[in-house]
Design a protein around this ligand. Structure first.
Ligand code: SAM
Length: 672
């Protein structure tokens, strides 16, 4: 059964008819239906507690009789009741102090427990009979599972704090000079300092030299601009100077050449190139020329801007001349170098062939120092978290106050790059991580492998949430390459489920890889359990491929809704435009009984009804909101409470009445 996005519409008649009862029941709306069954549930519970609660265990016969006498909570025929009673007797031998109701609850998997509230009153509260469960997190990318590990492993927050502060302090002492700039220099001062700087032969000498002046400003960021060649006068044109209106923070499409006045556009100019020897890889490389054009710096809490002066330029030049005495990654991009993948762009990445080419020498050096001092995993997470923001991927966007603006999902290097101060980046991140780590509870199992071939045993998983790749939306192994290069572990992208020209993967290959993954999900999921698939892609072909893959694996798609990440809510899909948003697909693994019955009765009317009945029993209940729009039925996933990503994880627990609804929906007979 495919959900055709264009035609999938909700039945709007309003009346709710419950089939499958001796006399079909019709309710004016779903709330009425819900109220009716909740009332029945309450009555059933009351009778149950009255007839089974607190009375000591006697004989199997008596237990059967007493279970039979419960009218409003049907427990099955005599054979089943006897089975339950026999098991109760066994358990009673082991734990004679337990009362009948408790033994009965254990056998039947009764989803209630007695709790005492703050006032000392006892009440029956619903709970998951499965108890606390462990999560298994899996991704193909080591960068992804490295993040997953650190956010899901309890950490000694104090140890992290001590370690992070120590590293930042030591690195600041060693490298702080790299972000020094003269604060309000008088005429000729920058030139004097530039001369002194040029006499220094080592980083130590520079550090000592700068200590002789106590009035340094601290660079927040340096803007670098591309340089072009004017086709008329063949002079260099610094894009920032010729095309950018600094007051308005705008870039002109057409602008005059500062040398000859010819009207220029980005397209009618050639780039200026620099050829240099790259000692790190022992090769001569040719790269697009970029020059520093603006410095934003602070003195105390006040911020200032200036054009780089003679000292600033000399400092950059000096750093370029010195060797970085630390390790940094020099891997060829995707082990290829040129034209590394689908994120590669001729006009953008010419000469950027290795990982270290994404960094200015200054930031590369500081990163190397930090990396050398890290000894715990959480500090490495902090380190990795800023690797993109402080790279050349950080676009300079004067209209945006936020300091980090890489174009997400790409490795785009803009015409104007903002080289961010590494210390500021890490100081900010450090505070946020401290808060996050303090909240981590419980362990998870983390696997780094293809979902298409997992080590998990058959039918052991209660619920699956998956956020798979969406066709060619994001080239994960390419985008993760910078992080992974610093981690020194790379994605094996052979089974990576994406469409990617350079990897030779089209839609068919994508669908095949996704099918392999869903088959594994199917294998490990317990029968009758649910899988939630998040999906985002505007192409119908990818949407169809995902649906095909889910169904080929054996799942039944029961529901599709849009996820409004801002609101954290689910809405039912009503139009094709919904594919532009995130979709939430709910699918279940039919339990073996249905499959077997379907096989035996295939082609018969009874077989069809059996499927329809089983499927309907799985479907969520729609609750009409005030606006008449369908919202998610609660408890679709059995014991699993599903939340939107944007929803506050610490939101209050569901009220008791809500939980009863969950139970009501889990009891198939109440759904019909
Ligand atoms: C949409 S992202 C989800 C990222 C993250 N796990 C989450 O849920 O937020 C898709 C992820 O699928 C991973 N991936 C791609 N092919 C895979 C495969 N065959 N097995 C496991 N993970 C795969 C990618 O590395 C990427 O991290």
């Amino acid at each position: 059964m495919n959900f055709d996005l264009a035609n999938f519409e909700q039945n709007q008649t309003g009346l709710v008819e419950c089939l499958g009862l001796i006399f079909p029941l019709i309710f004016p709306n779903d709330q009425e239906r819900r109220n009716h069954f909740l009332k029945r549930l309450h009555e059933g519970l009351e009778e149950l507690f009255a007839k089974l609660g607190g009375v000591p265990f006697t004989t199997v016969e008596e237990a059967v009789e007493r279970m039979k006498s419960v009218e409003k909570w049907p427990m099955g025929d005599e054979t089943r009741l006897r089975e339950i009673a026999e098991r109760m007797r066994e358990e009673h031998r082991k734990e004679p102090e337990k009362d009948l109701l408790q033994l009965w609850k254990d056998q039947i998997g009764f989803p209630y427990q007695q709790e005492t509230d703050e006032d000392g009153n006892t009440a029956w509260k619903p709970f998951s009979k499965l108890g606390a469960r462990q999560a298994i997190l899996n991704d193909l990318s080591p960068a992804a599972t490295f993040i997953a590990y650190n956010y899901n492993t309890p950490v000694d927050v104090q140890a992290f704090e001590v370690e992070a502060k120590r590293i930042l302090k030591e690195v600041e002492e060693e490298c702080g000079w790299m972000y020094a700039t003269l604060a309000n220099p008088v005429n000729g001062e920058p030139e004097e300092w530039a001369v002194k700087l040029r006499t220094c032969k080592t980083a130590d000498e520079i550090r000592k030299l700068l200590k002789s002046n106590s009035h340094w400003g601290r660079i927040n960021y340096t803007v670098w601009s591309d340089v072009f060649i004017c086709p008329e006068c063949t002079q260099e044109v610094v894009f920032w100077e010729a095309a950018v209106d600094k007051e308005a923070g705008k870039v002109h499409k057409e602008f005059p050449c500062p040398n000859c006045g010819a009207i220029l556009t980005k397209r009618n100019m050639e780039r200026a190139w620099v050829t240099r020897y790259d000692k790190a890889i022992g090769e001569t490389i040719r790269q697009a020329k970029q020059v520093p054009v603006l410095i934003n710096y602070s003195i105390g809490k006040r911020r200032y801007e200036k054009k780089p002066d003679a000292f600033d330029l000399a400092l950059i030049e000096k750093i370029e001349q010195l060797d970085i005495p630390y390790w940094f990654p020099t891997d060829r991009m995707m082990f290829k170098g040129e034209q590394w993948g689908d994120t590669w762009r001729a006009g953008v990445h010419a000469g950027i062939t290795h990982v270290h080419h994404f960094y200015t020498k200054r930031n590369l050096w500081v990163l190397g120092v930090i990396k050398s001092k890290i000894s715990i995993s959480q500090a490495l997470l902090m380190f990795n978290s800023q690797l993109i923001n402080i790279s050349k991927l950080n676009r300079y966007r004067p209209e945006v106050s936020f300091p980090y603006n890489p174009l997400s999902g790409t490795l785009y290097v803009a015409l104007q790059v903002s080289e961010a101060n590494i210390f500021t980046a890490y100081e900010n991140k450090f505070k946020r991580l401290l808060n996050a780590f303090a909240k981590v509870k419980g362990y998870s199992l983390i696997f780094t492998e293809t979902t298409g071939n997992s080590e998990i045993e058959d039918k052991t998983i209660d619920y699956i949430f998956t956020d798979p790749p969406f066709g060619g939306n994001l080239m994960y192994s390419e985008l993760n390459f910078l992080w992974e290069a610093w981690l020194k572990v790379f994605t094996n992208n052979k089974p990576e489920a994406i469409t990617n020209k350079v990897q030779g993967k089209g839609l068919l290959e994508y669908q095949h890889l996704m099918t392999e993954c869903f088959k594994e999900y199917y294998r490990v999921l317990k029968p009758g359990r649910w899988m939630t698939v998040e999906f985002h892609n505007s192409k119908n072909s990818v949407w169809n491929a995902i649906q095909e893959a889910i169904q080929t694996a054996g799942f039944v798609i029961a529901d599709v809704r849009t996820l409004d990440k801002k609101q954290g809510s689910f809405k039912q899909v009503t139009s094709a435009s919904a594919v532009k948003q995130d979709l939430i697909i709910s699918a279940y693994k039919p339990n073996g009984g249905l499959e077997e019955r379907f096989r035996l009765t295939a082609g018969t009317e009874e077989g069809v009804w059996d499927f329809v009945r089983s499927h309907l029993a799985k479907l969520p209940v729609f609750v009409a909101s005030k606006a008449g729009q369908a919202e998610a039925g609660k408890g679709r996933h059995g014991d699993t409470e599903m939340r939107g990503k944007g929803e506050n994880a610490a939101s209050p627990r569901r009220p008791f009445s809500d939980s009863l609804e969950i139970i009501a929906e889990r009891c198939n007979y109440l759904l019909y």
